[in-house]
Design a protein around this ligand. Structure first.
Ligand code: A3P
Length: 293
């Protein structure tokens, strides 16, 4: 199948998805989680890579034989539902992970999460990012990545984002679904991109207490420094420079890493329409985001 077909959006059980994230469906649904797995669950572009790397360093940073591991992060933290021609599937990579715990990434909306994760009572780290910055980041990502559908111009993409016609569907439904889960599932930790920007050390402390980790002060210092934006941008194992489908000349994967870049993209009209739509879609939600820090 050609790239355009694979990346095209279609309705999948009520959510806009593409073949790259649904063609391995049965295998993914039958995935066997283990009680010590850690699942990192996010809407795309919420800061997934950042949190995956923090967890990778917290768990394995000290035991790694080299100062910086030589295996790309996307292999150390497999993307569960991803299936790309001539590459191992995310599910197979996860099955074969030699680490304990296994760190596994997903963008699935909550209703699509394989049931084994719930049965095994797996710890879940859920990352949120304010909708406007999330939309901007997603737009640039779709421009540079052939795995994603062509975004069109910014206003076209923004309209599609508001209508949930982007891969993984409505941002609003996605975040609300994950947020509501905390009422029935205690082993979930919600983390906000904006909080991580504001105080990375404090958020790492919170993560550690959720995960039952107690790194030394030096170790924590080392992790905090290694995951700063500029360091990750230079780090070939995390900056996706090895990913073939990404054209980093169009837009780098480690693009800006800030809160409030939406102000450089939204017109006044776009902002008003977005906020109005947001108010409607989020009116029953207790989720509070900051779109500036
Ligand atoms: P921008 O496009 O706004 O720069 P994901 O990993 O979910 O795809 O999210 C990618 C977004 O997280 C990008 O946002 C990227 O720059 C940002 N990001 C990645 N690592 C970061 C870091 N260490 N500090 C701040 N932002 C980071």
């Amino acid at each position: 199948m050609d790239v355009n077909h694979q990346s095209a959006i279609f309705d999948f059980h009520g959510v806009s998805m593409s073949h790259y994230f649904t063609d391995n469906w049965d295998e993914v649904q039958n995935f066997r989680a283990r009680p010590d797995d850690v699942l990192i669950a996010t809407y795309p572009k919420a800061g997934t890579t950042w949190v995956c790397y923090i967890l990778d360093l917290l768990y394995f940073g000290q035991t790694s034989p080299e100062p910086q591991p030589s295996i790309p992060l996307h292999e150390r933290v497999p993307f569960l539902e991803l299936i790309k021609p001539s590459l191992p599937t995310g599910k197979d990579l996860a099955d074969q992970l030699p680490t304990s715990p296994r760190l596994i990434k997903t963008h699935l909306p909550i209703q699509f999460v394989p049931k084994s994760f719930w049965e095994q009572n797996v710890r879940i780290v859920n990352v949120f990012r304010n909708a406007k910055d999330n939309a901007v980041s997603y737009y640039h990502f779709c421009r540079m990545n052939t795995t994603m559908p062509e975004p069109g111009d910014w206003s076209t993409f923004l309209q599609n984002f508001m209508e949930g016609k982007v891969v993984y569907g409505s941002w609003h439904d996605h975040v609300n679904g994950w947020w509501d889960k905390r009422q029935t599932y205690p082993k979930i930790h919600h983390l906000f991109y904006e909080d991580l920007i504001q105080d990375t050390g404090r958020e790492i402390d919170r993560l550690c207490s959720f995960l039952g980790l107690s790194p030394s002060a030096e170790e924590k210092e080392r992790v905090t420094s290694e995951v700063q934006f500029d360091n990750m941008k230079q780090n070939k194992m995390v900056n996706c420079s090895t990913v073939q489908s990404m054209n980093q000349k169009v837009s780098p994967f480690m693009r800006k890493g800030t809160v409030g870049d939406w102000k450089n993209h939204f017109t006044v009209n776009q902002r008003e329409a977005f906020d109005e739509d947001y108010k409607q879609k989020m009116k029953k939600s207790t989720l509070q985001f900051r779109s500036e820090v």
